[in-house]
Design a protein around this ligand. Structure first.
Ligand code: BGC
Length: 727
């Protein structure tokens, strides 16, 4: 009796705390809204409009007499970009802006570890505060639709659930440091070719199931304070003035109360953009800021009655709201900044270490035991190339960047003979706005190959660091093809002939063709652009100090024509228009449904240890539509070293009135286990999340009947499937 009473008391205490917190939140929000209205009521039209456009490349004017500070924005998603001159794109030459450089977006997603996304958000927030920035322009969360999109490396995945999970963690952490994110690029900026003129068409279902969820989660769960409108058009209207996207979906459906800004130079009109919900114009290519669409022309439009004052007030309100929630009016209470601390560098290392994906490891060639190996050949331009400073707007002036060769020399140079050969030369050049610098870059340099073969013969083992660089994985242009450039296939073939113990490390942020090498070398490790700690992490992975635990966040096709947009011939579109005919069958959804065997599937990644997933079950067999499925499984490390496995839960709907993808990721968890250790994990899926978007009903629809839950460690390695039924 006593216990029951205590429980009741405890529950009512909890309830009271929740109610008080909710009341406090409401009263804080009311207070904020009152402050906003009071400030707006004191502003002239000119002052209001001054808050709605840039006054330089990355700043927006404040209003001194009202105590409204200037707004400072900065790129970007995987580090705070160095300071750029106010009125041109050259770097300002500051000496305190060398930032922590994280591995870019695809690498973050490849960790499948939202804790790391959170950790990254904290670091970025602290460094943004150190640099006195109020908004950090990221995360970039567009869907990886084609292997060729130049910005794939900045984005995260082909799967909206993986993107949503990582993005929400990143945003919550970053914004907890009183810095706003800007989730970009809203919407369907899935290619760089003609990005500033392409008109994107897709079905409502593809929009709802594939392209919106990451943004929806970022706003509704992550609480993103700002969103960046993309360059492209969507169904005939520019994203920066798209009523459907900006008013109907973003504001009304998602309840977004923050700032919708343009991408740099993505504004096209005054009246239409103003009426359809754009708040802030950035980057317009006119030297006189007063001539920008949301400057004097907006004042004129209000005076002529084309834009009501209430619309301007709404925008100013959104700006002030973001300023208030990021505590810009009270610097003393704001989170304090830190730059490039050892903890920040450790966070960058952790990401690189957990991101690497072990694609192949025949006869357990890896890890290399440097207690036994006395000589190693390190080959490849990517063994000595630094990548943090490339990619365009996401480029980072990093405090340092350790290359693989440097790390090997430092860690093993005193006991192991390290032979280096460049192997291939970088023949490409980066050309902004087009990929012509990638042309003619498949020349085979036999002299470099011969040098590489020579040291391969003289060494006990070989590691080739190949892949791409930011001439290919870059903003502003797409890749021309999926090939490994610079004759790397031939280099790898010749070196592997000379020394069969050849390991290939791919450094790239988007899928490349691996057919020329998978049968020639025993081991392949995909280590991404690894940020400032790239070399340290990859050396620790190859030498077994740490165990690879990354999983592919995208499918690697055998060849480009397997990939949906290319199989259907709709990338990058015709006559400045592209229709996403593959519909919801993006990435593995296409490969699995069409029964096409890729080179490496989504979610795939090996380990130096082995795991057994067993006892997969759901808590019930029959569910109502409002319920949650609690699935469970046991995972055991059956090998001999510490490691982590990502348990992935996919769902399928075998009988449905519309074509559904063969399977779709709906939950996952990364589990760390010592040898012999077993853990039981719970994976939860709301029945509502089994729905498809029903175009006829204009609503989400879970059709009653059978669904199959599948647990595995990749989209193509399912350990067990369980049937459930929805009433
Ligand atoms: C990019 C954005 C970036 C902005 C500012 C644009 O070209 O698309 O992602 O944030 O420039 O540098």
């Amino acid at each position: 009796m006593n216990r029951i009473l205590k429980l009741i008391l405890f529950a009512s205490l909890l309830l009271n705390i929740c109610v008080i917190r909710a009341q406090q939140k409401v009263s804080r929000e009311n207070e904020t809204e009152k402050n906003i209205q009071s400030l707006i009521s004191q502003m002239t039209l000119q002052e209001k409009v001054s808050l709605l456009h840039g006054n330089s490349k990355f700043y927006v004017s404040g209003i001194k007499r009202l105590g409204i500070p200037e707004w400072a924005l900065s790129d970007g998603p995987h580090g705070v970009r160095a300071e750029i001159n106010r009125h041109n794109w050259a770097y300002a030459g500051w000496t305190n802006d060398s930032a922590t450089c994280f591995p870019p977006g695809t690498a973050l997603a490849a960790t499948w570890n939202p804790r790391l996304a959170y950790e990254r958000g904290i670091v970025l927030g602290e460094e943004a505060r150190f640099r006195k920035k109020d908004i950090l322009l990221g995360p970039g969360i567009n869907i990886i639709r084609s292997p060729l999109c130049g910005r794939n490396f900045e984005y995260m995945s082909e799967d909206p659930f993986l993107i949503s999970t990582m993005s929400v963690a990143y945003i919550r952490a970053l914004q907890s440091k009183d810095v706003a994110v800007s989730v970009k690029h809203w919407l369907a900026n899935n290619q760089e070719t003609h990005r500033d003129s392409i008109d994107v068409y897709m079905s409502e279902r593809a929009l709802r199931e594939i392209y919106l969820p990451g943004f929806k989660a970022s706003v509704t769960e992550g609480g993103a304070y700002t969103v960046m409108a993309a360059y492209n058009k969507f169904r005939g209207n520019w994203c920066s003035e798209n009523e459907y996207l900006n008013r109907d979906i973003l504001r009304k459906e998602f309840g977004f109360k923050g700032v919708l800004m343009t991408d740099w130079s993505a504004a096209h009109t005054t009246v239409k953009a103003a009426l359809t919900g754009l708040d802030l114009e950035m980057g317009t290519d006119k030297n006189d800021y007063n001539e920008w669409y949301f400057a004097n022309p907006l004042i004129k439009a209000v005076e002529e009655g084309k834009v009501p004052m209430s619309v301007v007030d709404e925008k100013v309100g959104n700006v002030l709201r973001v300023m208030l929630v990021t505590k810009m009016f009270d610097e003393s209470s704001r989170a304090k900044g830190k730059m490039n601390t050892p903890e920040h560098q450790q966070a960058a290392y952790n990401d690189a270490a957990e991101a690497a994906v072990l694609l192949q490891n025949n006869a357990n060639v890896l890890p290399l035991d440097f207690k036994k190996i006395k000589s190693i050949a390190i080959i490849g331009d990517n063994a000595i190339r630094r990548h943090c400073g490339g990619g365009l707007s996401s480029e980072i002036k990093t405090l340092y960047e350790i290359t693989p060769l440097e790390a090997f020399q430092k860690k093993f140079g005193s006991t192991v003979k390290i032979n280096f050969a460049q192997g291939y030369e970088k023949q490409s050049t980066f050309k902004e706005g087009n990929n012509s610098g990638q042309s003619g870059t498949d020349r085979i340099n036999w002299k470099l190959i011969e040098e590489a073969v020579k040291i391969a013969k003289e060494s006990e083992a070989v590691i080739i660091f190949g892949g791409l660089n930011h001439d290919f994985d870059t903003e502003s242009s797409d890749k021309q093809n999926m090939d490994l450039p610079y004759g790397q296939d031939v280099l790898i073939r010749e070196v592997a002939r000379a020394n069969p113990k050849t390991v290939v490390v791919i450094i790239a942020g988007s899928p490349v063709k691996l057919t020329g090498i998978v049968h020639r070398v025993p081991a392949i490790l995909w280590s991404w652009f690894g940020g400032m700690e790239a070399g340290n992490a990859v050396t620790d992975l190859l030498s077994g100090k740490i165990n690879p635990s990354g999983k592919l966040p995208f499918t690697i096709p055998v060849s480009l024509d397997q990939s949906p947009a290319h199989a259907l011939g709709n990338f990058p579109g015709n006559n400045l228009s592209v229709n996403y005919e593959e519909d919801v069958l993006v990435g593995y959804r296409w490969f699995d449904t069409k029964k096409i065997v890729p080179q490496f599937p989504f979610g795939f990644g090996l380990s130096y240890t082995r795991f057994l997933i067993s006892n997969f079950s759901a808590d019930k067999t029959n569910y109502g539509k409002g319920e949650t499925i609690h699935a469970k499984c046991t995972i055991k490390n059956t090998g001999s070293c510490y490691g982590a496995e990502v348990v992935q839960l996919y769902v399928s709907d075998p009988v449905c009135s519309v074509l559904r993808p063969e399977k779709e990721l709906r939950a996952f968890e990364k589990v760390f286990l010592r040898p012999g250790e077993t853990k039981t994990i719970e994976l939860n899926v709301k029945v509502a999340d089994l729905a498809f978007y029903d175009e006829a009903k204009k609503a989400w629809n879970v059709e009653p009947g059978e669904f199959v839950l599948q647990a595995g460690n990749s989209s193509r390695n399912i350990s067990k499937a369980v049937k459930i039924f929805v009433k």
